[in-house]
Design a binder for this molecule. Structure first.
Ligand code: ADP
Ligand code: MG
Length: 254
């Protein structure tokens, strides 16, 4: 069972795009030290919710606290410094940077193309040595150390996912949010990614992830939240969700 010790608590989070209500979550709690899966059909609002909570999209309404502190309204890099990060796909600009430089960008908790130029001009600043040490440790852990000088764009699909995860860990977050971490990854690397996710949880970090593969979800999640049309329609342990007929019929296609 999952004890009540929420690291993230969100209330009445809403985001509309024109006439479309993409997210309308009355209440969301993520328990500390768990792997929590956020599932639901395409267009359910999962990515939008991630963007909102981590300060990378502007919310229409809503309040949320992380480790007891209010963080709604803070920009992404401040949310990251507070200990909550999400992964970002490698953008075109980032594929033209080395694996190690990608990691050093992660140290800032911000990953946009806009930041890259100004950040790299400061790369030899005071923090650089400590950041480099941490980056190399993480690259070792994620088995990317031999690729550190390679362009990120030369990595395989699975290695990119490992880099995205490693980069998000540069700020040593208490909570990491992964949006479809297994998408486009070959089966051998899926196992490796799953191993990394469970080790993060076992080290005391909180993981919130979006995934479609039900075997993966049922296999590693402590708690599952089901989102549909922007709303939480069910939540529970994997066995709760597996036996929830409404969820299965309507959203899992089983
Ligand atoms: P999911 O990640 O669950 O597939 P999304 O959060 O990406 O869903 O999208 C939720 C809904 O919001 C979809 O209908 C999508 O088309 C819409 N949406 C997401 N982002 C935008 C945007 N920037 N502008 C307009 N509509 C958007
Ligand atoms: Mg999505």
């Amino acid at each position: 069972s999952v004890k009540s010790d929420p690291i993230l608590v969100a209330d009445r989070v809403r985001r509309s795009f024109g006439g479309l209500t993409a997210v309308d979550v009355r209440r969301l709690e993520v328990q500390r030290g768990t792997i929590t899966a956020l599932i639901g059909p395409n267009g359910a609002g999962k990515s939008t919710l991630f963007n909102l909570l981590t300060g990378f999209d502007r919310v229409d309404q809503g309040d949320w606290t992380f480790q007891g502190s209010k963080i709604n309204g803070k920009p992404g890099h401040k949310v990251a410094r507070a200990g909550m990060v999400r992964t970002f796909q490698l953008t075109k600009a980032l594929t033209r940077m080395s694996v190690l430089d990608n990691m050093l960008l992660g140290a800032q908790g911000q990953f946009g193309e806009r930041m890259a130029g100004s950040f790299l001009r400061n790369v030899w600043g005071r923090q650089e040595r400590a950041n480099t040490v941490r980056a190399l440790e993480l690259l070792e852990r994620f088995k990317l150390i031999d690729k550190r000088e390679d362009m990120a764009g030369s990595l395989s699909g699975g290695q990119r996912k490992l880099l995205e995860m490693a980069r998000a860990l540069m700020t040593d977050p208490a909570m990491i949010m992964l949006d479809e971490p297994m998408a486009g990854v070959n089966p051998a690397l899926v196992q490796s990614l799953l191993g990394h996710i469970t080790s993060l949880r076992d080290e005391g970090k909180t993981v919130l992830f979006v995934e479609h593969d039900m075997d993966v979800i049922m296999g590693i999640s402590d708690w599952i939240v089901v989102l549909a049309q922007g709303q939480v329609i069910a939540e529970g342990t994997p066995s709760d969700i597996r036996s929830n007929k409404q969820v299965i019929d309507a959203y899992l296609g089983a």
